[in-house]
Design a protein around this ligand. Structure first.
Ligand SMILES: [Zn+2]
Length: 182
């Protein structure tokens, strides 16, 4: 299960030549599948093209490297920070009962333009692993799309809203989701 829940931050130096990545310049980001998760590489496009390799990436995409903002940069509205912090927290928990909640939250963050979908890989059981990248920080998130049925969507959205507003705890939502499956 562990490989379905993964966060990787973006590097600030090229994974191949180890020279710094350049602010606002193209960067190739790559996820390499390991037995217990993913390794992430961030490379100058020319280094990625030139480097020999004997393995196939799980996922790769071209983005734009953004240097971390200076400490005095304006903060995003509180609500948005709370939603993406919650996603990090949920992914780190690796609670299988929360898989629908994690996916619906990721979709909500994509709709509010905080995440960009970079790749989607269908698995043998027809679920999909979706790779999202955080627009501002460049972190990558591998999220399982459980192919929720439409009639279950509203209920899961309510759980996400309850978590964001603080009316329910993670433990309460996890118990309710576990119950909903049986
Ligand atoms: Zn390089």
């Amino acid at each position: 299960m562990a490989q379905e829940w993964n966060i990787r931050s973006r590097g600030h130096v090229c994974s191949i030549c180890t020279k710094p990545l350049v602010d606002k310049a193209p960067v190739i980001s790559v996820l390499k599948e390991l037995t217990d998760g993913y390794e992430r590489l961030d490379c100058h496009p020319e280094c990625w093209k030139a480097a020999p390799r004997d393995w196939e990436p799980f996922s790769s995409w071209e983005g734009v490297y953004l240097a971390p903002p200076p400490p005095d940069a304006k903060k995003e509205p509180l609500k948005k920070e709370t939603a993406d912090d919650l996603l990090r927290h949920l992914i780190a928990l690796e609670d299988p009962a929360m898989k629908n909640v994690v996916y619906v939250l990721a979709v909500m963050l994509e709709r509010s333009k905080i995440l960009i979908e970079r790749d989607a890989r269908e698995q043998e059981d027809h679920t999909i692993l979706r790779v999202y990248e955080h627009r501002r920080t460049g972190e990558s998130f591998v999220v399982l799309d459980p192919r929720l049925r439409l009639e279950n969507l509203a209920e899961v959205q309510q759980q996400v809203v309850a978590l964001l507003s603080g009316t329910k705890t993670l433990g309460e939502v996890s118990a309710a989701e576990e119950q909903a499956k049986t």
